[in-house]
Design a protein around this ligand. Sequence first.
Ligand SMILES: *[C@@H]1O[C@H](CO)[C@@H](O)[C@H](O)[C@H]1NC(C)=O
Ligand SMILES: *[C@@H]1O[C@H](CO)[C@@H](O)[C@H](O)[C@H]1NC(C)=O
Ligand SMILES: *[C@@H]1O[C@H](CO)[C@@H](O)[C@H](O)[C@H]1NC(C)=O
Ligand SMILES: *[C@@H]1O[C@H](CO)[C@@H](O)[C@H](O)[C@H]1NC(C)=O
Length: 398
Amino acid sequence: MGTVIRSSTGRKPSEIMRLIVTTFTGIVFGFFLGVSFPTLSLTKFNLPSGLLPSIDLSYIEDRYTGRHAWSFMNHSNRRYSPNHLSNDTSKIWVPSNPRGAESLPPGIVEAESDFYLRRLWGKPSEDLTSKPKYLVTFTVGYDQKKNIDAAVKKFSENFTILLFHYDGRTTEWDEFEWSKQAIHVSARKQTKWWYAKRFLHPDIVAPYDYIFIWDEDLGVEHFNAEEYLKLVKKHGLEISQPGLEPNKGLTWQMTKRRGDKEVHKVTEEKPGWCSDPHLPPCAAFVEIMAPVFSREAWRCVWHMIQNDLVHGWGLDFAVRRCVEPAHEKIGVVDAQWIVHQGVPTLGNQGVTETGKAPWQGVRERCRKEWTMFQSRLANAENEYFKSASIDMSNSTAH
Ligand SMILES: *[C@@H]1O[C@H](CO)[C@@H](O)[C@H](O)[C@H]1NC(C)=O
Ligand SMILES: *[C@@H]1O[C@H](CO)[C@@H](O)[C@H](O)[C@H]1NC(C)=O
Ligand SMILES: *[C@@H]1O[C@H](CO)[C@@H](O)[C@H](O)[C@H]1NC(C)=O
Ligand SMILES: *[C@@H]1O[C@H](CO)[C@@H](O)[C@H](O)[C@H]1NC(C)=O
């Protein structure tokens, strides 16, 4: 079982003092290193002199007195100035750079990022002791801390843990050792898909092979994340979820756990529910409560998430557009399964309108969003085919 062993950052006062002293020494050393290095490299490697700054010590004084870095540009030693470089840069135009960054030399462009925590001192190249290949996010309220603690412990050190807090309570989580290494994002009363759209841009989560975007009310007693991913890779699933063991009524046959399989990709539904056995809800379908995306699939799905349709309803029927063939690359992992506890948590954060219970207002909005999403998708598709002058009635006639 994946027990979480993350390096402790709980420190005694004497340790903190030592840390501060070490950090300070590191910073001072770093500055002198930064100042002396350009000169060193100039003499050593004979680099074009125009490219490297020669900064005098007054720059450092300015930094310590809290003045803005630009002020050093005014000092007598002016070998380095913005003008000095601009002559060269005006010649640069790289159309293959990311949009807006065409004037930059490609070697300096960092188009992607990550959630790896770094130190403030030492060599950047030695900051990271590990680079987790998987990311798991939970959208949480502090009231569900026991459940989340249990869930996080099912994810090994190969996972970056990212919590989205909808109740504004973040520091309280530090009672858990793993919390100190986790990333915490706080914005009140928002939904999982709101956070996902804003903080999980494909270029930000680019280093992660798989991304778990999970609710907080999942029972994970029979789930192990490493084993789960082994099966996902074995069966070539780009979008997946663990099988659900219902303790209450279950919505879809597809996501129900099968006792006799590792993984399933198709199912049978009630008569008339599936227009095609390879289409949702009979195949190419997982629910939005506990999805797992490959990097490539997520790059597509992220673009489909609407900024204003925060509940994500209808997304589950549409993710099939992101993988091909969808009925083979979307599936449910039966051997690693979870229990949907159905705690109406975020629903209770709704606002009472016209005398209804808060959860009713939320539920109504969910349904409304579902139809809005369906019609947006249909309209977008129609417009596309119209603009591409493909008459749908011709192409689907036979
Ligand atoms: C630096 O020079 C610019 C323009 O010459 C001037 O506007 C600015 O106030 C100067 N900054 C400092 C910190 O002296
Ligand atoms: C940059 O261009 C300006 C004006 O054309 C010129 O005076 C200056 O010497 C040039 N600088 C370099 C480094 O070529
Ligand atoms: C973490 O990943 C490494 C490399 O893939 C693997 O050897 C190790 O077993 C993983 N850790 C756990 C707890 O599964
Ligand atoms: C579709 O059918 C109409 C009428 O038969 C025809 O005018 C039109 O060119 C067709 N479009 C395509 C893309 O085949």
